[in-house]
Ligand binder design. Structure first.
Ligand code: MN
Ligand code: FE2
Length: 301
């Protein structure tokens, strides 16, 4: 590929571009360092839990650790395709995205190291649904962007990465973390980390929504593709959530000692369903526009 022109010598960066504004937000709000989080109370808390309680939280930790690692390793093709298309503002924003995900991966690894999760292969907690999404669908749809810069390929990649993995699974995960640990008064360090992650993910999901919106606006066939892929992935996404909840419920039934960890299976399932519906409705919002220029005018870019 050769460059035919450069944006900043014919004009400037589009300072009002939604992705440029997001880039500014990332520079301001994304300045936190996982290495600064104090996990000493988390370590004490973890050591005070009895074995059954420890085992009951490891599936969630395992899902997040591998999930953050997956999204760190798999974001590059999205940066690559946007750079190839010459989408400067999007590419600039994505430089912060990869850095964010690297910090999320670091955070969970540091926590495990700090509290002393040793010598256990946590991948035993990855269900078939989990594997379908994180081991297969995510890397496959992302990697495709190296050779395919069609709107359809980008929509599919953003759907699994930003809408399902981040928008449904990560969001539902934060909810569970807070439900279980905040109420029990445990793990202040990781809860602080989760607050940072949640803020970062908010920007990432916004990127995904905008990216899909700009490509589906005025194209009914692409709208259909988005919805069909969402529905196809939902079975596995709900499978991930359900598996974790069932595991926790079983653990509780088998428990031989009283526990301070409270799980609310129905609330967690409902939360995941709601996230899924919210993501779809955000994309549906652009149905009222006929073209990209109408959408851009509405976004003020
Ligand atoms: Mn993340
Ligand atoms: Fe993310």
């Amino acid at each position: 590929m050769v460059h035919e022109s450069f944006q900043t010598v014919k004009g400037q960066i589009n300072w009002d571009h939604p992705m440029y504004r997001l880039y500014e937000k990332a520079k301001r709000n994304g300045r936190w360092n996982p290495a600064d989080i104090d996990f000493s109370q988390d370590k004490e808390d973890y050591n005070r839990l009895h074995l059954e309680e420890r085992i009951s939280i490891l599936p969630l930790i395992s899902s997040f650790s591998a999930g953050e690692e997956a999204v760190t390793l798999d974001i590059l093709p999205m940066i690559h395709v946007m750079a190839r298309l010459g989408w400067l503002e999007d590419t600039m924003f994505l430089t912060t995205f990869l850095h964010d995900e690297a910090k999320h991966t670091e955070m969970f690894s540091r926590w495990q190291q700090a509290v002393g999760v040793f010598d256990i292969d946590l991948s035993v907690f990855h269900s078939d649904s989990y594997k379908r999404i994180f081991y297969e669908a995510l890397p496959e749809s992302m990697e495709r962007l190296y050779t395919d810069d069609s709107p359809e390929a980008i929509i599919r990649a953003a759907t699994v990465y930003n809408m399902i993995v981040e928008g449904v699974l990560a969001e539902s995960g934060y909810y569970s973390f807070r439900q279980i640990f905040k109420k029990a008064g445990l793990f202040p360090g990781i809860l602080q980390g989760i607050d940072y992650l949640n803020m970062d993910e908010g920007r990432h999901i916004q990127f995904g929504i905008y990216t899909i919106q700009r490509l589906v606006v005025g194209h009914d066939d692409r709208f259909r593709l988005f919805h069909e892929y969402m529905d196809e992935l939902w079975e596995h996404a709900f499978g991930v959530v359900n598996y974790l909840i069932n595991l926790a419920e079983e653990q509780q039934k088998l428990a031989t000692a009283p526990t301070i960890l409270e799980f609310h299976p129905d609330m967690m399932r409902d939360y995941a369903v709601k996230q899924f519906e919210i993501r779809k409705s955000k994309i549906d919002r652009v149905k009222k526009y006929d073209s990209l220029s109408e959408l851009e005018a509405a976004l003020g870019s």
